[in-house]
Design a binder for this molecule. Structure first.
Ligand code: GLY
Length: 379
């Protein structure tokens, strides 16, 4: 195809796709009025195809595992191009149980790992504490997924922005007001300043906001909804207060994760709330996260609470992303990545660039084409 591409949304999916499209020889402009609104800007950046696997989501496990296989190469290339360190950690993720009921959840997770052949090891309570000595002595048991990890998504966003610019792409801080369509073909977009921008292809990567882009024909509006996640950041100059490994915990039936960085930061997440587009941080949300995190790792209570924020995950009816051509000619969707936007960025970007360049996309994306939602529209 001739290659003028507009990408609507400068989050991790939009920027990674822009970078890969530029590498494929396309001309790319990314529009985003506020990159700090991106779900990845709030996210902890867990790379957890194993520890965030769920029964009934085998296709999602396959695409997540395939993206994880790409991560080290993706980061190495990004860091080499930009000279920026994105703090990739692949030293494993530990899932732990606080009480006996929580242990049932761990057993069930381990059965799933066994049935799908995912790499993980079942640990007793004291073995969990040998892996992470800051855990409460009452830890009942857990599962260690040695290949899961994390990345600092804010650093990834910064590095991708730089990579896009270095590859000749444009990042424009403008709100897209609407999609411009002529007949049954996309012509470009109109931005809030009233300027029309032409394109051969428009890629919608606006996360939870994707269905709100005006002018998208009903048949191409993805069934994406916002799922709010409140998340906290703590810092301490004393590394002895912070875990050495990412910990996911089940605490009296509730769920929390604690993600350490290589610097002084620890991220504690996240609530999961269906509250429309509200991004309010609430007392209940902060209370729930701190209560569970400090129950598992009491020493964290010594650290400074430096940020409370809420992001909006783009959820879909089957929890999988929506990646592929719409029915309108020239319209492409890459959205709905829900809990796994950071993890799925490499494989999604590869698929977008391959589809736009007319090359075969990774096979694992096949289960996540927009056509599976025909007839399901967001009102
Ligand atoms: N994957 C972490 C979250 O969605 O909170």
């Amino acid at each position: 195809m001739s290659g003028e591409v507009i990408i609507v949304g400068g989050g991790i999916i939009g920027l990674a796709s822009a970078w890969r499209c530029l590498q494929a020889g396309l001309t790319v402009t990314v529009f985003d009025p506020d990159p700090t609104r991106a779900a990845a800007f709030a996210a902890a950046g867990m790379l957890t195809p194993v520890t965030e696997a769920y029964w009934g989501e085998e296709d999602l496990i396959a695409v997540s595992t395939a993206s994880m296989r790409r991560y080290a190469g993706f980061v190495a290339e990004l860091e080499a191009v930009t000279g920026l360190d994105v703090d990739l950690r692949t030293s494993g993720v530990l899932v732990v149980a606080f009480d006996n009921d929580d242990l049932e959840v761990i057993e069930d997770l381990f059965r799933l790992h066994e049935s799908c052949g995912l790499p993980s090891r079942r640990l007793r309570g004291r073995e969990c504490r040998a892996v992470e000595p800051l855990l409460t002595p009452t830890t009942r048991g857990g599962v260690l997924a040695p290949d899961d990890g994390s990345v600092n998504p804010r650093r990834v966003l910064g590095a991708l922005s730089r990579a896009v610019e270095l590859s000749g792409g444009s990042l424009v801080c403008q709100q897209v007001r609407e999609l411009r369509i002529q007949g049954d073909r996309v012509e470009g977009v109109l931005t809030d300043d009233g300027v029309a921008h032409g394109a051969d292809v428009v890629v919608l990567t606006a996360g939870a906001w994707t269905p709100l882009v005006r002018g998208v024909p009903e048949a191409d509006r993805p069934p994406v909804r916002p799922v709010k996640g409140q998340i906290l950041r703590m810092t301490s100059r004393l590394h002895s207060h912070h875990p050495g490994i990412t910990v996911r915990g089940f605490v009296r039936g509730s769920h929390v994760y604690i993600v350490p960085r290589s610097d002084s930061e620890v991220v504690i997440g996240a609530t999961s709330e269906e509250r429309g587009f509200s991004r309010q941080v609430t007392g209940w949300g902060v209370n729930e996260l701190l209560r569970d995190a400090l129950t598992l790792i009491p020493g964290l209570g010594e650290s400074e609470l430096t940020e409370c924020r809420a992001g909006l995950r783009p959820g879909t009816p089957d929890n999988g992303p929506v990646v592929g051509w719409g029915r309108t000619e020239g319209l492409y969707l890459a959205t709905g990545h829900f809990r796994h936007g950071v993890l799925l960025a490499p494989i999604t970007a590869e698929a977008v660039a391959a589809d736009l360049a007319g090359r075969p996309a990774p096979a694992e994306i096949g289960a996540f084409r927009p056509g599976r939602f025909v007839g399901e529209f967001v009102p």
